[in-house]
Design a protein around this ligand. Structure first.
Ligand code: UDX
Length: 448
């Protein structure tokens, strides 16, 4: 099939490359000419394992091209996927769907044959039906142009794998033959026995936002329990295991630490609350505001521990290990790690940030922090070390190895990846989120 993908950001670039891998002819379209220039020569403007190689392979095979022109894709494709962003509207929790609307209007103006438009972007419930009205108003009335909603559940760091082998395919349609067209698009995947759920627009839209809100709730649930183990004692990691081994609960998304961030979970939690309010159902999603509160309190706790361990932040050097919102990503959107580094800097500390992939993105956002090229450089002059993103490189740290490159003997494990006992045995002042903090040395807590 001939397929266009509108929007070649994180989601669209992955989707376009994976559709080419499934055997389709694909054109990726973006209004940003710089993005298109780099993709056209097989270069990825962000970090994602396996994706650059896949794009380069299919650009070379001729199955994948890139353009900035709707006039090129409108008359050409059988199916048009919309994968543009739906960012948070300035100052509000609600999602801004104007890029999706603009894409629909541009397609309506340029499509000259029967075709199917498929939304992949995460949108508030009710958007697809509204877009269908725009489409009907603006399209050539002699053509049959359908609309479907097909949310995407890929995770950063696993984008290619999740797209080629998803755990479900959700198709929101208003006509059976649109579901058939999409099943044909995903034939290579459907053959692997992936469950396909065919439903209406509203359910499809809600499944996506509900999934992210549920995942965020799970993370905040275990992090709320962290507050209890910090006060009462106990090991949050073992507690999570004890919960997760119940198959009705499940083990995933119960890793306690600095909380959730990134381009999806925080935004979707806010957007779902905002949409519920618009629908007069504010109470139904009210608990999500607690989910957000717990999430932010983890950052405050990390800052509190740092302050307690140092006694005073001014003129102290802190090594912030990690800036990305999670490992295997260079994404710093809504990153808890970067937020903690900035809070410490604002409180007067000299913060040296090291992230294996996200330094450049972090420096664009917060140029005043001090960015260094290696872990050794970050910790060399440090008074305190904070593990803020659970990169493998940090999870492998041992007190002896680290002790040979720094004189610091204070560390906060904000991601629960280090062994408490080992560090304390080697004489380090060690604190972890979710563990009761027992200081190794005398100190005077600040702001307790
Ligand atoms: C998420 C959804 O998983 C994905 O289905 C959706 O399409 C986009 O949003 P992503 O943002 O890539 O994907 O990150 P994910 O791996 O889901 O992690 C989200 C956040 O939760 C991260 O900040 C992560 O550090 C945090 N997290 C996750 C925890 O703090 N504890 C956990 O146990 C799991």
């Amino acid at each position: 099939m001939r397929i266009s993908v509108i929007g070649t950001g994180y989601l669209g670039a992955t989707h376009a490359a994976c559709l080419a891998e499934m055997g389709h002819e694909v054109i990726g379209l973006d209004v940003d000419p710089l993005k298109i220039e780099s993709l056209a020569v097989g270069e990825l403007p962000f970090y994602e394992p396996d994706l650059e190689e896949l794009i380069a392979r299919h650009v070379a095979s001729g199955r994948l091209r890139f353009t900035t022109s709707y006039e090129e894709v409108g008359p050409w494709a059988d199916v048009h996927f919309i994968a543009v962003g739906t960012p948070q509207r300035g100052g509000e929790g609600a999602a801004d769907t104007s890029f999706v609307e603009a894409a629909i209007s541009s397609l309506a103006r340029t499509i000259t044959r029967d075709a199917l438009i498929v939304g992949k972007s995460t949108v508030p419930v009710g958007t697809a039906r509204r877009l269908q009205d725009i489409l009907t108003r603006e399209q050539d009335p002699t053509l049959e142009i359908g609309l479907a909603w097909n949310p995407e559940f890929l995770r950063e760091g696993f984008a290619v794998k999740d797209t080629l082998a998803p755990d479900r395919i959700v198709l929101g349609v208003d006509a059976d033959h649109h579901a058939e067209t999409l099943t044909a698009v995903y034939a290579a995947t459907v053959e692997q026995d992936v469950p396909v759920l065919v439903t209406d627009f509203e359910t499809a839209e809600l499944i996506k936002q509900a999934a992210n809100a549920f995942l965020a709730t799970k993370v905040s649930f275990i992090n709320a329990l962290s507050e209890l183990t910090e006060a009462a004692g106990g090991d949050i990691r073992v507690l999570a295991e004890g919960l997760g081994l119940d198959p009705r609960i499940g083990r995933s998304f119960l890793r306690a630490g600095l909380g959730f961030g990134g381009g999806c979970l925080p935004k979707d939690v806010r957007a779902l609350q905002a949409r519920a309010s618009e629908l007069g159902q504010e109470r139904s999603m009210r608990f999500l505001s607690d989910v957000e509160d717990v999430n932010l309190r983890r950052r405050e706790r990390a800052v509190f521990l740092a302050t307690s361990m140092l006694g005073e932040l001014r003129s102290k050097r802190i090594a912030a290990l990690g800036a990305a919102f999670k490992p295997n990503s260079d994404d710093v959107r809504d990153s808890p790690a970067l937020d903690v580094a900035v809070r410490l800097f604002n409180a007067g500390a000299d913060v040296a940030v090291y992230d294996p992939k996200a330094n450049d993105n972090a420096a664009r956002r917060f140029p005043r922090l001090h960015y260094v090229e290696s872990l050794d450089e970050a910790v060399a002059e440090a008074d305190l070390i904070l593990v803020l993103t659970e990169w493998e490189e940090f999870a492998r740290l041992t007190p002896r190895a680290l002790g040979s490159v720094t004189t610091a003997r204070k560390i906060v494990d904000a991601r629960n990846v280090l062994s408490v006992r080992e560090w304390i045995a080697e004489g380090w002042d060690f604190a972890a989120l979710g563990r009761k903090y027992e200081p190794a040395f005398d100190f005077s807590p600040i702001g307790a």
